[in-house]
Ligand binder design. Structure first.
Ligand code: KG4
Ligand code: ZN
Length: 389
């Protein structure tokens, strides 16, 4: 593929634009975060998110072209997130990317956001020395605000689903716990920060092992935390969390540490067990929760005792960004994939399906209305906990 690859990400609350030279090398990238915009409501407001993408795409593109010392004439192909995500937000990025692809007459490819998170592990920053690609077979853990799953990869763009969350995504659990503890949005970084102030070993909150499976469940942990917080607030004669009640700073720190430890323990153990059981040569981790220091430390220790290579991108490449969409898009373009101008947004788009379930675990619904209904329900499930109510 000649020229630079331009990548556009707008599935949720970050507007990401990047220029890549080849499948791995970032030439320049810009991420406009909407954290401040949504902080007041404690979650993402979809309509505001879509409008903010529209506001920030042009400046982000100008910035990356400026940093790269490039112009649109240097763009040889375009990759854009087509799902999963908030439909309004996706549509803004899609329309933008399609218009550019049409005007520049360059190939376009639609990328699954989750594949982007996974391919962030292949990226090289500008000026970063070359390093070998993660070796196959490998285990990939994706832990984001909307998704949590483990896949085995024996080759590029090929996934065998080992397990996934049966309820909340890990990031969603962090966000809900953050709200419960009065820590605000997004909960993940706030909990990590609060937990860092907790002395000693964290107290024990429950972990859902779900037998020998590689599936995850975080809703029981969230409920256990809620019960504890409610009981402690009541005992102290304080209002409940939704009415502004908040435990002491030391208690918030202790509970944040206990919650984080419980999530990290399950994520790390299942990932390491999967790597051992499948004879993986490497583990790659992606998604916003992969920027969690406690999880990273735990996996570094575990992977080195297994003798398995571990690749976790730097935190800025774990959270949503355009470069990761470029990394996955470049592989898809190289495999010959092209999207037309009819490329649509997909609210729900599993990267891999459970073995034995070729299409969906849910009972099939017939007809256009049934499909629309299922799409809306999937979208709501994806957005649950991330969207302000
Ligand atoms: O991948 P991402 O940027 O967006 C999605 O695709 O969802 O992930 C966002 C999620 C949020 O739930 C956020 O709370 C969580 O990642 N997160 C963290 C940390 N940084 C972001 N969770 C735990 N520890 C962190 N340091
Ligand atoms: Zn994401």
């Amino acid at each position: 593929m000649n020229g630079l690859l331009l990548a556009v990400e707008s599935s949720c609350d970050e507007t990401g634009v990047a220029l890549l030279d080849g499948p791995r090398r970032i030439v320049a990238q810009a991420v406009a975060s909407q954290v401040a915009l949504h902080a007041g409501s404690g979650g993402i407001v979809p309509e505001l998110a879509a409008r903010a993408h529209l506001r920030w795409l042009d400046p982000a593109l100008d910035e990356v072209l400026g940093t790269a010392g490039a112009s649109l004439a240097d763009v040889g192909s375009i990759a854009v997130t087509a799902g999963p995500g908030l439909v309004g937000s996706l549509l803004v990025g899609l329309a933008y990317a399609k218009a550019l692809a049409w005007a520049l007459d360059v190939p376009l490819v639609g990328v699954n956001h989750l594949e982007g998170h996974l391919y962030a592990a292949w990226l090289l920053d500008p000026g970063e020395p070359e390093r070998p690609e993660p070796p196959f077979p490998l285990i990939a853990l994706v832990v984001s605000g909307g998704h949590t799953f483990l896949v085995e990869m024996r080759d590029h763009l090929s996934y065998r689903l080992l397990g996934e969350t049966v309820d909340d995504a890990a990031g969603e659990a962090f966000d809900k716990a953050g709200r419960l503890l009065g820590l605000g949005y997004p909960g993940g970084p706030a909990i990590a920060q609060a937990a860092a102030g907790a002395p000693g070993r964290p107290e024990r909150l429950p972990r859902a092992w779900l037998g020998d499976s590689y599936d995850f469940s975080f809703s029981g942990l969230k409920t256990a935390l809620r019960r504890l917080v409610e009981a402690e607030l009541a005992a102290a004669g304080l209002p409940q969390a939704e009415d502004g009640g908040r435990l002491s700073e030391a208690r918030v720190a202790a509970l944040a540490a206990a919650f984080q430890e419980s999530v990290v323990d399950v994520l790390a153990r299942k990932t390491l067990r999967a790597a051992e059981a499948t004879g993986a040569c490497a583990i790659v981790v992606g998604g916003g929760v992969a920027s969690n220091e406690a999880l990273r430390t735990r996996l570094v220790g575990g992977a080195s005792s297994l003798g398995v290579e571990l690749v976790i991108p730097r935190p800025g490449l774990c959270t949503d960004n355009g470069a990761m969409i470029g990394a996955a898009g470049a592989r898809r373009l190289a495999a010959g994939e092209r999207a037309g101008l009819d490329l649509g947004a997909r609210a729900s788009w599993p990267l891999a399906r459970p073995a034995g379930a070729p299409h969906s675990r849910r009972p099939p619904r017939r007809g256009a209305v049934g499909r629309a209904y299922a799409e809306i329900r999937d979208a709501e499930a994806d957005a649950a906990g991330r969207v302000a109510r």
